[in-house]
Design a protein around this ligand. Structure first.
Ligand code: HEC
Length: 246
């Protein structure tokens, strides 16, 4: 190619580029304006996404602690009872509520809500505790797997066990979730004492399992303040009370 011809070509290309840029510029600006709005939308959508994913984590993620509560302490076996492959008589819904566990009414199908209201559900039958667990209706308790007799293979707990409550709108201990409200009714000691195998805890504390159970249930007869550590100044715990939800 001759020099003059290539110079002309370069000039032509440059002019085309400038022309195109000038022609596109207003459009680019207009699109930028739209981009700001759609960026805002993207940001709020992302915030909502993160929030609901965080809520799922808070309510349902065990972080693998079924290896402790289920696999090691075998707490699921005490809950389901011998009839469902566990041990003992099992823990009925009434007993579970008595231990301070909470039930999410929104997780129950309408037919079940009606049946409970009509008194047609036996709240003294551990089979119904299993049914509630399968519905993810017991706050903070996650059943894992199914054994040959319809019981659980394991179970884990989530943040919601201790950091959620319900509004008791249906019955005491049964209602809509209140995430972030401390569950001050929860009888953690009695729940742990119900676990069939506390050998790992006993070994750690250099005592026997009977001692662990005795200490864990020591204050079970008193109600309101049973989980407020006695060594803690009252001032602090009442501040926390008034600050709820946490
Ligand atoms: C077995 C019950 C239990 C479970 C499960 C539990 N917590 Fe807690 N958490 C507590 C207790 C009790 C306290 C208060 C400790 C204190 O005041 O000394 C606490 C305190 C906290 C605090 C500090 C609150 C404050 O006001 O200082 C945060 C944050 C927290 N927990 C987050 C979590 C998260 C996140 C999870 C789940 C991954 C979780 N907890 C699971 C019992 C529990």
């Amino acid at each position: 190619m001759k020099k003059s011809a290539s110079a002309t070509l370069i000039v032509a290309v440059c002019m085309a580029a400038v022309w195109t840029a000038a022609f596109l510029a207003p459009h680019v600006e207009a699109r930028d304006g739209n981009d700001d709005r759609s960026f805002d939308k993207a940001i709020s959508k992302n915030a909502k996404d993160l929030f609901s994913r965080g809520r799922e984590t808070f309510r349902f993620d065990t972080f693998g602690d079924e290896h402790f509560w289920g696999d090691t302490l075998k707490l699921h076996q005490a809950i389901e009872g011998a009839r469902f492959g566990g041990v003992g008589g099992g823990i009925s819904p009434a007993t579970a509520l008595g231990l301070g566990l909470k039930v999410d009414v929104d997780a129950l199908p309408a037919t079940l809500v009606d049946a409970i209201r009509a008194g047609a559900v036996d709240l003294n039958d551990p089979a119904n505790t299993l049914a509630l667990l399968r519905l993810n209706a017991v706050l903070g308790i996650v059943p894992i797997g199914t054994n040959a007799t319809g019981g659980m293979q394991s179970m884990g707990v989530t943040c919601a066990l201790c950091h959620s409550n319900v509004d008791n709108s249906f019955a005491p201990g049964i209602g809509h979730r209140l995430d972030g409200w401390a569950n001050r009714d929860l009888n953690v000691g009695a729940i742990i004492a119900a676990a069939p195998d506390l050998s790992v805890v006993a070994a750690l504390l250099l005592v026997d399992q009977a001692t662990v159970r005795a200490v864990a249930t020591r204050n079970s007869s008193s109600t309101a303040s049973r989980f407020v550590p006695t060594a803690r100044p009252r001032r602090r715990s009442s501040r926390r009370h008034s600050a709820s939800p946490a």
